[in-house]
Design a protein around this ligand. Structure first.
Ligand code: MLT
Ligand code: MN
Ligand code: ZN
Length: 298
């Protein structure tokens, strides 16, 4: 048994280039000087025929066109068995609206994330006659495609942007933000596109893993502030940064993980420029910078 993973979109919300962004990376991507990246999503399969999509990004239509494995096998059918959501963020749920055209699949998420989706009546465009909504309890495995199980576990994060109140807890641990443990036979892989902090529990869980896709939103916490793009830090957005003593590169350094891949990168992140020092540093620490269309099999 094996797990085949294809990065449908390696960027965070906004993508690269982001429609209204004039930052250095977005300008380079628009000029074709660095590769463009679509928004956050991963396709996974155990048998190479039946697929699950982890997070449905607003770019899913183009992502499916670019993925031959997911092209139609019938008149109105692709080999998609399920979609799983790791939070209710717009970059992870908006693509569900594209999937409204009578494709049968199961929509998996925690009860808490399902409630957020259910409160948005626009998602009733997904007809219950073909789309079954199934809640998965934390730490209980569910078969999301033949031979492939997913176990959701809570990771520190926050509620979606559109549900933020005046006070926002950015390291909330519960059903709102989860990581995914994928298992096919004895092979395991992890997908954690949003995470505020690598706490001891998470470190213990990931230690020794064969493959981890992890939150690579920002290189440094104040990256967007320094670029003049607003006041939000990575911490405020519920994302741990890559660099520095509190960053993910340092936190993963002694975890003995065979393959570490950054995904969900914000368009300001310098690792998105292939020749950058930051990218060289991340790669020297054993990380792969994910990109659209990249496949990893374990
Ligand atoms: C995030 O990952 O922090 C969110 O996707 C931000 C957003 O909703 O734009
Ligand atoms: Mn996001
Ligand atoms: Zn930008």
């Amino acid at each position: 048994m094996k797990i085949r993973a294809r990065i449908l979109g390696a960027a965070a919300g906004g993508g690269l280039p982001q429609w209204n962004c004039g930052c250095e990376n977005c300008r380079l991507a628009r000029a074709g000087q660095i590769p463009a990246q679509t928004q956050s999503s991963l396709a996974v399969s155990s048998n190479g025929r039946d697929w699950a999509i982890l997070n449905a990004s607003p770019d899913i239509r183009a992502q499916l066109t670019a993925a031959p494995e997911l092209h139609p096998t019938g008149l109105r059918e692709i080999p998609l068995r399920s979609v799983l959501l790791t939070n209710g963020d717009i970059d992870h749920v908006a693509g569900l609206l594209t999937l409204r055209e009578m494709q049968p699949f199961t929509l998996y998420a925690t009860r808490g994330i399902h409630e957020v989706v259910a409160e948005n009546p626009i998602f009733s465009a997904l007809s219950p006659s073909v789309v079954t909504r199934t809640a998965i309890a934390l730490d209980e495995p569910a078969e999301i495609a033949p031979g492939l199980t997913a176990t959701l576990f809570a990771v520190p994060g926050k509620v979606p942007l559109y549900l933020e109140g005046d006070e926002v807890q950015t390291d909330l641990v519960g059903e709102q933000t989860v990581g995914v443990e994928l298992r096919a036979g004895s092979v395991t892989a992890y997908y954690i596109p949003g995470c505020a902090l690598l706490n001891d529990e998470l470190r213990a869980r990931l230690s020794g893993a064969e493959l981890v896709f992890f939150d690579g939103t920002l290189w440094r916490d104040d990256e967007m502030v320094r670029a003049g793009l607003g006041q939000k830090t990575g911490k405020r957005m519920g994302h741990i940064s890559m660099s520095g003593p509190d960053g993910s590169i340092a936190a993963f350094a002694d975890l003995d993980i065979a393959r570490k891949v950054f995904v969900h990168m914000n368009n300001t992140n310098p690792v998105l420029r292939p020749g950058s020092d930051e990218r060289a540093q991340a790669e020297a620490a054993g990380w792969t910078i994910g990109q659209d269309g990249m496949e990893v099999t374990v």
